[in-house]
Design a protein around this ligand. Structure first.
Ligand SMILES: Nc1ncnc2c1ncn2[C@@H]1O[C@H](COP(=O)(O)OP(=O)(O)OP(=O)(O)O)[C@@H](O)[C@H]1O
Ligand SMILES: [Mg+2]
Length: 517
């Protein structure tokens, strides 16, 4: 016998054909598993599995039934697919197949359903089933599901080949399903927790879902139940005072007073008597004793706004007061005990003030126990519509109006606008628009300040060659402030009102941006 004779033997030819088929099967199997790999979520994983199984096993119809889980043992069909023809994998047949597989804990492969389940059960449309294969999905030794395949074509009956393929597929699929389920549970849990936090802060009147605000919320979660000093940093109108109030009114001191003081608003001598109080006769005009804000806030919170502006002669006395928990009113040598939580706010950068020698370093360290930085609104675009909707609701209530919402064309404009006055500016913009609006929806004409004026568009186009958005925003701000100042004849107070920002902030912007230079 020579080898060429062997090669042509029908036996060997058969073997080769079989091997080639197996290689092809495994290639298909691999491709199928790869698609399932890339599916996300239980539903999609199941869909991919059904499709893969149909294709690899050349089945006419296929379904997956998950058992156990939430439904407490009740089987449920999750997904099915079929090539053509009437749906035969109905609830009744599922119950039979799944029941059999779960009971015997092994695959069912048959060309004669009626012999297994009885003629009385298998009649009518089931008679068209030429072959059936039901395979258990096993995960951690428990049957978690069953994959059912049927073929209506007598020429395509399932056999050893399909059993072999399903043995590989099923064990993989059980893992895929298990992972997808775990992932979904985890995802649901994270989503639930996230929503809980967002809802909670919405209840405090703090709206935001941007990652930046979520980071703020997670800091607040840790700070609120404690007594720790907090330093709030953020541009004008970013919500520093609102957050300070939320900290106080949800923390352990909520039943005690919340007292706010703008450190930049008063000259040094007045600020001192405001803070520490005085006794009768301390100075001309001191006709009776007066408690200072430290004492007013006793047991509660003292909110020191714009603390960077605190005159240096007060800083030492203030530091002593918070370090020792004692104050001395003007005109007396007697110390008084005070128990006050300090929340301080700055609209600039306090550290820079320290470096410039304008703010005591020791006081900075004392205040800067936990620093919360509130991002400007232009850096959290996804909060803009959320806030706009929120203000629309509150303003509708305030003015007894029923404006339904924002015209779609206005949303991108609101999102693109740089909001130099941040949330406060947005709040006022919505308020003004709502008061003036006579339609059902707020539209472009209600936000006239968003319309680019010739000067405004010049500012933008002049900044265009620069790739940095920040430069464009700065140029826009400068030009915009110049324009408003022109309108008010250089009156900064009026201009600040029109811009809906504080005068101190306007003043800073004028210096920083070199307005009018
Ligand atoms: N996240 C927010 N959700 C809802 N309202 C907000 C939010 N942030 C700010 N506001 C509202 O915007 C306005 C300005 O906020 P707030 O006075 O707290 O800002 P600020 O940082 O203290 O500003 P300034 O530095 O100018 O004093 C307030 O009416 C406040 O209620
Ligand atoms: Mg403020």
């Amino acid at each position: 016998m020579n080898s060429s004779h062997n090669l042509h033997s029908p036996d060997l030819q058969d073997k080769i054909r079989q091997l080639e088929e197996q290689v092809e099967d495994f290639e298909n199997l691999n491709a199928a598993l790869e698609t399932i790999w890339s599916a996300a979520g239980v539903e999609e994983v199941l869909k991919c599995i059904v499709e893969a199984v149909m294709q690899v096993c050349r089945a006419g119809q296929c379904s997956i039934v998950l058992v156990g889980g939430e439904d407490e043992g009740e089987a449920r069909t999750l997904i099915r697919a079929r090539e053509a023809g009437e749906e035969m994998l109905d609830k009744f047949l599922h119950d039979l197949l799944v029941g059999w597989v779960c009971h015997h804990r092994m695959p069912l492969l048959t060309d004669a359903l009626a012999e297994i389940f009885g003629k009385a059960n298998i009649k009518g449309k089931y008679a068209g089933i030429a072959s059936a294969l039901s395979f258990p999905l096993i995960s951690e030794e428990k049957i978690t599901g069953v994959i059912n395949l049927i073929s209506g074509d007598p020429a395509r009956k399932f056999g050893e080949r399909e059993l072999r393929l399903m043995r590989i597929l099923a064990s993989q699929c059980a893992q895929f399903i298990r992972n997808a389920r775990l992932q979904e549970e985890l995802f649901d849990e994270t989503r639930r927790l996230k929503k809980e936090v967002l809802d909670k802060y919405a209840l405090y009147g703090i709206i935001g879902r941007s990652p930046e605000m979520q980071a703020v919320f997670s800091l607040l979660e840790r700070v609120i139940p404690t007594d720790v000093q907090v330093l709030l940093e953020g541009e004008s109108g970013t919500g520093k005072e609102r957050i300070a109030r939320a900290i106080h009114y949800n923390g352990p001191r909520q039943a005690e007073p919340f007292v706010a003081l703008d450190c930049g608003a008063l000259p040094a001598s007045l600020l001192e008597s405001e803070l520490f109080g005085y006794v009768k006769g301390a100075f001309t005009g001191a006709q009776k004793d007066r408690k200072g804000l430290f004492e007013e806030a006793h047991g509660g919170t003292l909110f020191m706004d714009e603390i960077a502006n605190m005159p240096s002669e007060i800083q030492a006395k203030f530091l002593r007061a918070i370090q020792e928990g004692e104050i001395r009113p003007l005109g007396t040598s007697q110390m008084r005990k005070v128990d006050v939580r300090i929340i301080a706010a700055v609209s600039g950068n306090l550290q820079e003030r320290v470096e410039a020698g304008k703010f005591r370093q020791d006081l900075f360290y004392r205040l800067n126990v936990v620093r919360i930085t509130l991002p400007p609104l232009r850096k959290r675009e996804e909060d803009i519509t959320l806030l706009a909707d929120h203000f629309l609701r509150t303003m509708n209530e305030k003015y007894h109006k029923r404006i339904k919402g924002f015209n779609a064309e206005i949303i991108p404009l609101l999102e693109a606008y740089p909001w130099p006055g941040n949330v406060r500016e947005l709040e006022h913009a919505v308020e003004r628009a709502l008061v003036l609006c006579d339609g059902e929806q707020l539209s472009r004409k209600d936000f006239s300040f968003l319309e680019p004026t010739p000067a405004g568009s010049d500012a933008v186009s002049a900044a265009l060659p620069s790739p940095a958005l920040q430069d464009a925003i700065t140029a826009f701000k400068k030009q915009y402030i110049e324009q408003v100042l022109k309108q008010t004849g250089g009156n900064q107070k009026k201009a600040a009102e029109m811009l809906n920002i504080q005068r101190t902030y306007l003043n800073r912007l004028i210096k920083e941006l070199g307005v009018g230079e």
